[in-house]
Unconditional design. Structure first.
Length: 764
């Protein structure tokens, strides 16, 4: 679980509990230091983050993840500070101008300077309405004085407030940027000019001098350069004149909390919020989000179910959002063809929560999909070769014209509107879908006219192939023992993609079907297609061509040729030649009356292909590309994403991210019974699900042990209309998603039956 910005896995929590059990008298401070050393939890200046660890311990204890002994005494800030006024030095009475005071000095108080620390506390406790503290988090305290009159006042800076609506709106940062860059904001938490000092403009003078000094001092002490200072002014007591005179910006006011705080205190009403940028580029620096890279989220412990496995590493700064995502994923999977209200079973509370989740400002498609991609990477590690197939599909939302942010799907004059979806899915060489690795979703700009063809590839939609390949390269670095092969159709036959794949020998390999119209030239040999046609046939293979549209499935006999080729770069793209392997397969012995489009594949690959067996393997790899087309059919027909009505494009894409994972899981189930038919079905069905399924199928009490995956999948498919005859083969995704939807209703009845006091019930 997450606490204080750190992830505590089961092993770490167990280690903490073991330390507490072994040394029950150990203080929480000592335990916090030990945890920081275990996790190398340090601030930028190298100091142990003891207070953050202390807060994390409190969170773990509240969540009942650990058991801590009661603290031996109260916290320091809970004990009243007793500093008699007699300990304060004599305070001067001054009237006049700033010039009469002479040079004014701000003396920073170090943690070891106890005399000045007691003086600072005494001044604030005596003369400031808020007293000396406690100050939250990191802090710098100053005494203000001059040589002629002694001490004139005091001020302090401390850690920034966790959330402030007016500040967030003024900066314009996202919640993710706020969590990453909040250390760049500090709070001017105390400011005191002694009441006996009546000097015009002294307050603004001290403020200006402090702002010029605090950035250096804070950076030196904590290793973080602050770029923005915030403070609060009580409008019932002060007008904020000194802050306005030093160019602070009033950006709004705080929300007065009506309920008391946990310590019993009550809000004194709204406060004016003032900000002061220490750097001109401060706001833009604070808006910079950290790069999202795979492998940053630790792998959770044993997941409770598939939704926790796929979304357990979801991180949007709020634990409740992760819980809501898991509930939505389970509801969507239980009723994949239902609309959003139907999937939420008509519950007004769940429907409202679903819509709030989809429009939450800190939740988007990438945030939702990242934990699933992390889980996919974990599955990839178990295979020596994985195919990363990428393809483009249109998502048509024409029947929702009121939705904002859609674009034309074909040409600018086309009346169909929606999104372009380019996704990359990992497959085993047998065809098992392991999960998504990259998803790009965008709406075309309908206001733009024709664009010149000689633009850089970064400005073209073709950049989607490069972006997908780079994500696969990022995954390849995480799984060095697995060979990843990026697979694309003829649209992926672009020079820049091959050039990038050849530039990194340690990166993923590439397998692309060549586009004949590109007129690829082999050095000293002429056109690629002519050159390969002259090569000797290395052998013949039979391959299954799946059904597509009205075209029936058939077995095709292919003549296979292969060769190593050096392709010239396009005329308008100067660059080095491409040294690749080419595999040419064309259909033979077919009836032209039955086959209107015989198979003619020209495959280009960076994987060495010097034997007929290797060439045949490349053909089998490319044939698995059809799996992503099946996935798109499941997504569109099975999950009925076009029926989602969320008014804005960004909300649709957030919901689409959940549908993508649900569609993958349905696709995965369709293959599970084929590849691993003998594993028990409780790897993907809960106990009540497989028991209800068996009871309905056999019309008898369910068995004590779960059936095999193959048996369960066939029972689910029969609920969806699968007949299971010898000639029917394996059930496909269509019958599976129908069966899953029926199973969800059956489980509801099973739960209701289990609540009855009936001696014959077999459910849990």
């Amino acid at each position: 679980m997450w606490a204080s910005g750190r992830y505590f896995d089961e092993a770490t929590i167990g280690r903490i509990q073991a330390a507490v059990d072994a040394e029950p008298q150990m203080s929480r401070r000592a335990l916090s230091r030990r945890i920081c050393e275990w996790m190398d939890w340090r601030s930028p200046n190298g100091a142990l983050q003891e207070m953050s660890a202390r807060k994390a311990l409190g969170r773990l204890e509240r969540e009942q993840a650990i058991r801590l002994p009661a603290p031996s005494r109260g916290h320091a800030f809970e004990r009243p500070r007793q500093i008699p006024p007699a300990e304060l030095p004599p305070i001067a009475t001054v009237q006049g101008s700033v010039e009469q005071l002479g040079p004014i000095e701000l003396v920073a108080i170090s943690g070891r300077d106890r005399a000045r620390s007691r003086l600072w506390n005494g001044l604030l406790d005596t003369y400031h309405e808020l007293g000396a503290g406690p100050l939250c988090g990191a802090q710098l305290r100053y005494l203000v004085g001059c040589e002629r009159y002694g001490w004139l006042g005091a001020l302090a800076f401390s850690s920034a407030t966790w959330r402030l609506a007016a500040r967030e709106q003024w900066i314009g940062w996202s919640d993710r940027a706020r969590r990453a860059n909040l250390g760049g904001v500090i709070l001017q938490s105390r400011f005191l000019i002694l009441p006996t000092i009546e000097v015009a403009n002294l307050a603004s003078h001290v403020l200006g001098q402090a702002l010029g000094q605090v950035a250096h001092d804070w950076s030196e002490r904590y290793g973080i350069e602050p770029v923005l200072v915030e403070t609060f002014v009580d409008p019932q007591r002060y007008r904020g004149t000194s802050y306005q005179a030093t160019n602070w910006i009033r950006v709004g006011e705080t929300a007065a909390r009506p309920a008391p705080y946990p310590n019993g205190k009550r809000s004194g009403g709204p406060k004016d919020l003032y900000l002061y940028p220490l750097r001109a580029d401060g706001p833009s620096m604070l808006c910079t989000e950290p790069e999202r890279r795979l492998g940053q989220q630790p792998r959770p412990g044993t997941p409770g179910d598939w939704a926790e496995e796929e979304f357990g590493r979801f991180d949007a700064g709020d634990r409740r959002l992760g819980e809501r995502l898991g509930l939505l994923a389970r509801d969507f999977f239980a009723r994949p063809t239902a609309t959003l209200p139907e999937a939420c079973q008509g519950s007004e509370a769940k429907i409202k929560a679903a819509y709030r989740f989809c429009k939450h400002p800190e939740v988007d498609m990438e945030t939702v999909l990242t934990p699933h991609v992390e889980a996919t990477v974990d599955r990839i590690r178990d295979h020596p070769v994985v195919l990363a197939v990428q393809d483009t599909s249109d998502l048509n939302y024409t029947h929702h014209p009121a939705t904002e942010g859609l674009g034309p799907l074909q040409s600018i004059d086309d009346l169909t509107v929606g999104f372009k979806l380019h996704d990359t899915m990992a497959f085993t060489v047998e065809g098992m879908p392991l999960g998504l690795l990259d998803v790009q979703c965008w709406a075309r700009d309908g206001s733009e006219g024709a664009k010149p063809k000689n633009r850089p590839i970064e400005d073209k939609e073709s950049a989607k192939w490069l972006q997908s390949y780079r994500r696969v390269a990022e995954v390849q670095r995480l799984v060095p023992e697995t060979m990843l092969v990026s697979v694309g159709d003829r649209e992926a036959d672009i020079y820049e993609l091959f050039q990038e794949a050849l530039s990194d020998p340690e990166g993923p390999k590439l397998l692309v079907r060549a586009e004949r119209s590109r007129q690829r030239q082999v050095e000293a040999e002429g056109l690629l297609w002519s050159h390969m046609s002259r090569k000797r046939v290395a052998g013949f293979v039979d391959i299954l061509i799946p059904r597509k549209g009205s075209r029936p499935a058939r077995n095709a006999r292919l003549a296979v040729r292969f060769d190593r080729v050096r392709l010239r770069p396009p005329k308008d793209q100067p660059g080095p030649p491409l040294l690749l392997w080419a595999v040419y397969a064309h259909e033979v012995d077919y009836d032209p009356h039955e086959v209107s489009e015989p198979v003619k594949w020209m495959l280009l690959t960076t994987v060495p292909t010097s034997t007929f067996d290797a060439a045949w393997q490349r053909l089998r790899w490319y044939a698995k590309r059809w799996g992503i087309e099946v996935f798109h059919r499941v997504l569109k027909s099975g999950c009925r994403i076009a029926d989602r009505q969320l008014r804005k494009a960004e909300r649709l894409t957030t919901c689409l991210a959940i549908d993508l994972v649900v569609a993958w899981r349905i696709h995965w189930l369709a293959y599970l019974g084929r590849e691993t038919p003998d594993i028990p079905c409780d790897v993907f069905l809960a106990e009540e699900e497989w028991k209800a399924l068996c009871a309905v199928n056999s019309r008898a009490a369910p068995p004590d042990r779960p059936p095999t995956a193959r048996e369960a999948i066939w029972m689910i498919a029969k609920l969806g209309g699968f007949l299971g005859r010898k000639s029917d083969g394996f059930p496909g995704p269509t019958t599976l998603w129908r069966g899953i939807e029926r199973l969800a209703d059956i489980v509801i009845g099973w739960r209701a039956y289990a609540l009855l006091d009936h001696p014959a019930r077999a459910g849990p």
